[in-house]
Write a protein that binds this ligand. Structure first.
Ligand code: UTP
Length: 294
């Protein structure tokens, strides 16, 4: 029987070095795309998939992420007093049901695999989703699409996309079995392979649905690429033990852990908004000369 998926783990303990100095005193996951912090996009996407239990894996200097989901009594009272209805409405998605969001501490950023292992008490014996908040996907809930697949196939399901072959050394890469153009059977996984050693150019993005089988391998805390405990290595060990699929999701992913991806997301998430679209189009025209310059 396929156990229903109700839990999501959101690892937010990374150092965010690519965004220094902005992330010196502020978590990367609180950086806004237009007017919403990255973490809110991940929570909204998970909620759209019917997930209502969240675990943030935090680290030093990340307390503002917890505060973000608290009730801001003074702010709300002031807004109410001043009749600022739309500002109050904007706060609504950041409220969570009491007891539905927990946080665990990853004392040292020893890698994504280690971060997930830190959530072991929350996960228990249940299937769980992982959303890396620095990846945001525009379109229908990406994790929702994985959950739909999981409900049919069971086992592990990861979101995958083709990357330029010369970039395989930045991602977890799939060794592909059968492939119907949308759903692929995962035969193997390699973390950050050199282009000449990569089994394909199909990479995992920051969305996963996993069964708890992966936890026994994470518990070994074996170090992999970059001397970090790699989630990819532990997932690879479950191949053959549980069904394992990659889903070419619908939607566009923006890698907001990277400066260029973060900037592109600002445009993508504002250009079709009623309140901002015209201004964004007007200012983009101003930069056309730079685009056209030889
Ligand atoms: P990244 O690989 O983007 O690392 O982590 P990072 O530290 O956040 O950023 P850079 O590379 O230094 O700029 C991907 C996700 O995994 C989490 C991060 O918070 C991010 O959501 N993570 C990573 C942890 O929670 N713990 C870790 O030890 C490593």
């Amino acid at each position: 029987m396929i156990k229903p998926l109700k839990k999501a783990v959101l690892p937010v303990a990374g150092l965010g070095t690519r965004f220094l100095p902005a992330t010196k005193a502020m978590p990367k996951e609180m950086l806004p795309v237009v007017d919403k912090p990255l973490i809110q996009y991940a929570i909204d996407e998970a909620r759209e998939a019917g997930i209502e239990e969240f675990c943030l894996v935090t680290g030093r200097g990340k307390d503002s992420l917890i505060d973000y989901f608290d009730i801001a009594y003074e702010l709300e009272a002031t807004l109410r007093e001043r009749g600022k209805k739309s500002a109050l409405e904007a706060l609504a998605p950041s409220s969570v049901q009491a007891g539905s969001l927990v946080a665990v501490r990853q004392q040292e950023p020893l890698g994504l695999g280690h971060a997930i292992w830190c959530a072991r008490s929350f996960i228990g014996d249940d299937p769980f989703a992982i959303l890396l908040p620095d990846d945001i996907v525009k379109g229908r809930s990406c994790i929702g699409q994985l959950v739909e697949t999981y409900n049919k196939t069971g086992g592990n399901v990861v979101a995958v996309t083709e990357v330029p072959p010369e970039h395989t050394n930045r991602y977890g890469i799939l060794d592909v079995g059968s492939d119907d153009g949308k759903l692929v059977e995962v035969k193997g996984l390699v973390e950050k392979p050199a282009p000449e050693e990569a089994p394909s150019n199909l990479s995992i993005i920051g969305r996963y649905v996993l069964t708890p089988d992966v936890m026994k391998y994470l518990a070994k805390l074996e170090r992999g690429a970059g001397n970090e405990v790699q989630l990819t290595d532990a997932m690879a060990k479950t191949i053959g033990e549980v069904p394992f699929h990659g889903l070419r999701y619908e939607g566009t992913r923006y890698d907001c852990g990277d400066k260029a991806g973060f900037l592109e997301a600002q445009i993508a998430f504002s250009i079709d908004r009623e309140d901002l679209g015209d201004s964004v189009k007007a200012f983009l025209k101003k930069y056309k000369q730079y685009v056209d310059a030889p």
